[in-house]
Write a protein that binds this ligand. Structure first.
Ligand SMILES: [Zn+2]
Length: 433
C-alpha cells in the first residue's frame, strides 16, 4: 500500500513542469587576464554554454528559467563584452547572449549560495590577446642587478564579486583597501631602493593563492595584504597587524577574522580546481622558519610605526590562519587598517587624508624593517650606512637601538648622547657595521 502511494507521488512529480529558476542579478568584472560575467539564480539550474564566431559571442541556455530584472551592462567593467541580450528561443529556455569584441576561451561553473549571494553561474572569458600578455612573467626589478630595489607586493584584499566587509553607510572594504593600496604603492615608490607592485589594480577578484603566487612571481621580498575588518560590536576600533600562525589562531577573535577573510574565495568565485589547489596550499610545509621570523619582524616594525601614529586595536602582532599569508618563501603580513564596522573609522577609511597617512605609516614600518635587515645585494644594504633616523613621539633610545640592531652605547657615541633623553624630531645617525 505504502509502495503504491509513493509511486503515485513520483508520477505526479514527473508530470509537473520543472520549477523555473529566475535570474535575479547580473554583474561583470574585468581583470588583466579575463572578463567575468556572473548571473544570480534563485536555484541551481542546468545550462548549456557555447561560443559562436562572426561576430564573436557566447550563448548561454538556461533550462526552465526566466528573468525578472532588466540586464544592464556596466560598460566600465565589461572587458571584452560589448553588449548583452536575452530571449526565449524555445519554451522554457532562457537564452542570454554576450557579444564580444574578440574571440575568447571559455570557462564556466556554478557556485553555491554564500552569506551575500544566492546560487550563481560564473562565466569567465579569456581573451586570446590578454592571455598572451599575461603569460609573460614580469619582474619588477632585475634581481641580478647590483644594488637592486627591494620589492614589496601590495595586496588589496577582496575585489570584484567579493566586496569584503561592508560598513553601515555601505562603504565596501574592497574599494577602500584598493585606494589605500594605491597610496601605499606611491609612498613606497617614493623611497629610494624600494619598489611596490600591486596584486590587483582594479575591481576584480583574485583567488587567495593567486595573490601570493603573484608576489612570488614578482620575486617580492615582502607581501603586504591590506584589509579593513568588521566586528559585531561597532565600538571596536584601531589597526591591527597579523602574521600567519602555524598552529591555529592566537585568539578567538583572530580565528573568526581568519574565517571571514578566508571565505573570500567562496564569495569571490573560484572553481573547484582552484579549491583543490587551495587545499593543497594548506598542506604546504609551514616550517619555513626564516620566512616566519622575517614576517614576525616586519609585522612588529609596522605595528610599532602604527603605535607611534595612532590607535591600534591590540598592542601586539596577531596570529591567524590566513590563507593569503601562506607563501613559503616570501615574508607576509596582513594589515587590518581600521574597523569598517565602526562608524567613525568607516568614514575615515573613505578619506584620502586617512588613506595617505595609513600608507605613510605602513611604509615607515616597512622601511624600518628593510634598513635593519636588508636583503643582501640590495640598494638598501649598500646605502644604509650613515642612515638617518628622525625621532618620533614615543621613541626610546633603547627601542631605536633595538630596531636597527646596534648597541645602545654605539648609538649614544655616534650621536653624542649621554643618558636616555632624546628629543622628538631630532635626527640621529644610525651606525652600521
Ligand atoms: Zn578583508
Amino acid at each position: 500500500m505504502r509502495k503504491r502511494l509513493l509511486m503515485a507521488i513520483l508520477l505526479l512529480l514527473g508530470s509537473l513542469p520543472v520549477l523555473a529558476a529566475e535570474v535575479s542579478g547580473f554583474r561583470v568584472w574585468a581583470d588583466p587576464v579575463k572578463t567575468r560575467a556572473v548571473l544570480d539564480l534563485d536555484r541551481k539550474t542546468a545550462y548549456k554554454i557555447f561560443t559562436l564566431k562572426s561576430p564573436h559571442r557566447v550563448v548561454v541556455d538556461l533550462e526552465g528559467s526566466s528573468i525578472d530584472i532588466p540586464i544592464k551592462l556596466d560598460k566600465e567593467h565589461a572587458g571584452i563584452i560589448t553588449s548583452v541580450r536575452y530571449g526565449q528561443p524555445e519554451k522554457n529556455t532562457l537564452r542570454v547572449v554576450f557579444d564580444l569584441n574578440e574571440s575568447a576561451e571559455l570557462k564556466s561553473f556554478l557556485l553555491d549560495p554564500t552569506a551575500q549571494y544566492s546560487h550563481r553561474l560564473v562565466i569567465d572569458l579569456f581573451a586570446k590577446s590578454s592571455r598572451q600578455k599575461s603569460s609573460m612573467v614580469k619582474y619588477v626589478t632585475d634581481i641580478t642587478k647590483p644594488d637592486r630595489e627591494v620589492v614589496i607586493a601590495v595586496d588589496a584584499g577582496h575585489g570584484g564579486e567579493d566586496p569584503g566587509a561592508i560598513g553601515r553607510n555601505k562603504t565596501r572594504e574592497k574599494d577602500v583597501v584598493l585606494r589605500i593600496a594605491r597610496e601605499l604603492r606611491k609612498a613606497i615608490d617614493a623611497e629610494p631602493g624600494m619598489k611596490a607592485v600591486l596584486t590587483r589594480d582594479g575591481d576584480y577578484y583574485i583567488p587567495l593563492r593567486g595573490r601570493y603566487e603573484k608576489a612570488r612571481k614578482a620575486r617580492a621580498d615582502l607581501f603586504v595584504s591590506i584589509h579593513a575588518d568588521a566586528f559585531t560590536k561597532s565600538s571596536v576600533r584601531g589597526s591591527s597587524v597579523f602574521v600567519l600562525s602555524a598552529r591555529g589562531a592566537s585568539s578567538e577573535f583572530a580565528r573568526l577574522l581568519a574565517d571571514s577573510e578566508n571565505a573570500s574565495d567562496l564569495v569571490g568565485g573560484v572553481t573547484l580546481n582552484d579549491k583543490d589547489d587551495m587545499l593543497a596550499s594548506v598542506l604546504l610545509d609551514l616550517s619555513q622558519s626564516a620566512t616566519r621570523e622575517a614576517s614576525n619582524k616586519v609585522a612588529a616594525d609596522i605595528l610599532a610605526a602604527m603605535k607611534r601614529a595612532g590607535k591600534v586595536h591590540k598592542p601586539h602582532v596577531g596570529r591567524a590562519n590566513f590563507m593569503v599569508l601562506k607563501s613559503p618563501d616570501v615574508p607576509s603580513v596582513l594589515i587590518e587598517t581600521a574597523f569598517i564596522s565602526n562608524p567613525g573609522e568607516e568614514k575615515r577609511l573613505t578619506e584620502k587624508e586617512f588613506q595617505q597617512r595609513m600608507a605613510r605609516t605602513i611604509t615607515r614600518g616597512i622601511k624600518d624593517y628593510f634598513y635593519s635587515s636588508p636583503p643582501p645585494g640590495t640598494w638598501i644594504a649598500a646605502n644604509r650606512d650613515g642612515l638617518k633616523y628622525i625621532v618620533a613621539r614615543g621613541d626610546t633610545l633603547g627601542g631605536i637601538a633595538n630596531r636597527y640592531s646596534v648597541s645602545l652605547s654605539r648609538l649614544r657615541t655616534a650621536n653624542n648622547i649621554r643618558g636616555d633623553v632624546i628629543q622628538v624630531g631630532r635626527e640621529l645617525v644610525i651606525p652600521t657595521s
